[in-house]
Design a protein around this ligand. Structure first.
Ligand code: HEM
Length: 404
């Protein structure tokens, strides 16, 4: 028997995905660590506990249980390793994701946002209702990541489809059954297609006459990749970038639309003072969180969290959305407040595997808010927002708005 309170709930239940907050409070009330029988995992809700786990890779590792992760990307990536191989793989792209390097992308990202926004604005100004996920937010990160990988922007639609199918397969791993098996099968087919597409791009870039300086080229020509990475790791790493930079960022943008509409006085404050926009992006991310769960596996006999020992080899889900509303860290954490004292949150995780693309996601979100507020200072969301069934990457699946 697990030595933690036992709960039984389905993390793919649309009602839980839409409103996970009461469940998170229940876990806090039970001491912050529970065993969820339904998904056969320990679950951790506290900020400090989650951060400790994320910074103790020798006891809470990513290596053992990431087989399905490797399945999602078609091979092992940096997320699959905790040791020096991880650090060397990550270092290949780390310069490309620094804020100073990314600043040069501002004009290109602004162009992508404006091009997506223009047709929506025309319709909104004509009094129409627009579904912003399909028509606005979903395509933005896809085009940006295609640009970074040196791929024609007309592939963006396929990238989005592949990435969504890969993301949806996460549900299958915690929710076995016919639906889960189908999601895994569709996800694997998407991975295989994207892997093949990336393989062809890699071959082109190995040709000495190829002159691009995109992220795929950076990796395939890098000494460490040439000498220490397998072909499968190179393909999977680029596949991971397409996935990681896609659905997550799109959902953050859509969540911004929803949260700002729900807090019109704070939206007005941002429109009047764009300097507040970076803090607002962080606060939307803390308040709603996009990646609600990441996992680690207990290694050895010393895997204690919140006084609970997790047996060797067993899996722990870190509830990042719960950690980001931990009342021990934030006053009235349930309140959305762009003026609150700045404290780092766990929306991009922390430590060794903290999000490589966090500065890119932030930049995209900031430009998105700047452009939106400059052209459409007020809008209204219609009806209840559909959050789908994806708890690992949670965010609005469809949002209908009109100009207010
Ligand atoms: C709002 C958008 C995003 C969110 C919420 C997000 C969230 C996360 C989280 C929580 C992790 C840690 C996973 C773990 O610890 O197991 C992570 C890792 C990662 N993310 Fe992101 N991400 C976002 C955007 C991006 C973008 C734009 C890229 C790149 C184009 C990216 C690339 C990566 C990579 C490569 C890792 C693995 C890092 C490692 O293992 O060292 N992400 N992300």
């Amino acid at each position: 028997m697990p030595n933690a309170p036992v709960l039984t709930f389905d993390t793919a239940d649309p009602e839980f995905v839409r409103d996970p907050w009461p469940r998170y409070q229940q876990i806090r009330d039970l001491g912050g660590v529970v065993f969820n029988e339904r998904v056969n995992r320990w679950m951790v809700a506290g900020f400090d506990d989650a951060r400790t786990i994320l910074t103790t890779a020798t006891v809470f590792g990513s290596e053992r249980g990431q087989a399905e992760q490797a399945g999602v990307f078609g091979g092992p990536t940096m997320e699959f390793y905790d040791g020096p191989h991880h650090d060397r793989m990550r270092a290949i792209w780390s310069d490309d994701f620094r804020p100073r390097t990314l600043a040069a992308l501002r004009p290109a990202i602004t162009e992508v946002v404006r091009a997506r926004l223009a047709p929506c604005l025309r319709r909104l100004r004509a009094g129409e209702t627009v579904e912003v996920v399909a028509e606005l937010t979903r395509g933005i990160p896809t085009e940006v990541i295609a640009h970074l990988l040196g791929i024609e922007s007309d592939m963006a639609g396929r990238f989005a489809e592949w990435s969504d199918a890969m993301g949806a397969s996460a549900e299958g791993y915690t929710n076995p059954g016919e639906r889960g098996a189908r999601l895994i099968a569709v996800g694997k087919a998407a991975t295989a297609e994207l892997n093949e597409y990336i393989r062809a791009q890699i071959t082109r870039r190995r040709c000495p006459s190829f002159t691009g300086d995109d992220l795929i080229t950076t990796m395939v020509r890098h000494d460490y990749a040439c000498t220490h990475m397998t072909e499968q790791e190179i393909i999977a790493s680029n596949t991971q970038l397409v996935f990681a930079g896609n659905e997550t960022t799109a959902k953050l943008l859509a969540q911004i639309v929803v949260t700002l509409a729900a807090h019109p006085e704070q939206r007005d404050a941002l429109a009047g003072d764009p300097e507040l926009i970076p803090a607002a992006v962080e606060e939307v991310h803390r308040h709603e969180t996009i990646t609600h769960s990441v996992f680690r596996d207990a290694i050895g006999e010393r895997a204690f969290v919140g006084g609970v020992r997790v047996p060797d080899g067993r899996r722990i889900t870190l509830l990042l959305g719960a950690a980001n509303r931990d009342p021990a860290r934030w006053e009235h954490p349930e309140r959305f407040d762009v003026f609150r004292k700045k404290l780092p949150h766990l929306g991009f995780a922390f430590g060794l595997h903290s999000c490589l693309g966090m500065n890119l996601a932030r930049l995209e979100a900031q430009i998105f808010v700047e452009e939106l507020l400059a052209t459409l200072p007020r809008w209204r969301v219609h009806g209840q927002v559909d959050y789908g069934r994806n708890f690992a990457v949670r965010g609005p699946a469809a949002v209908y708005i009109s100009a207010a």
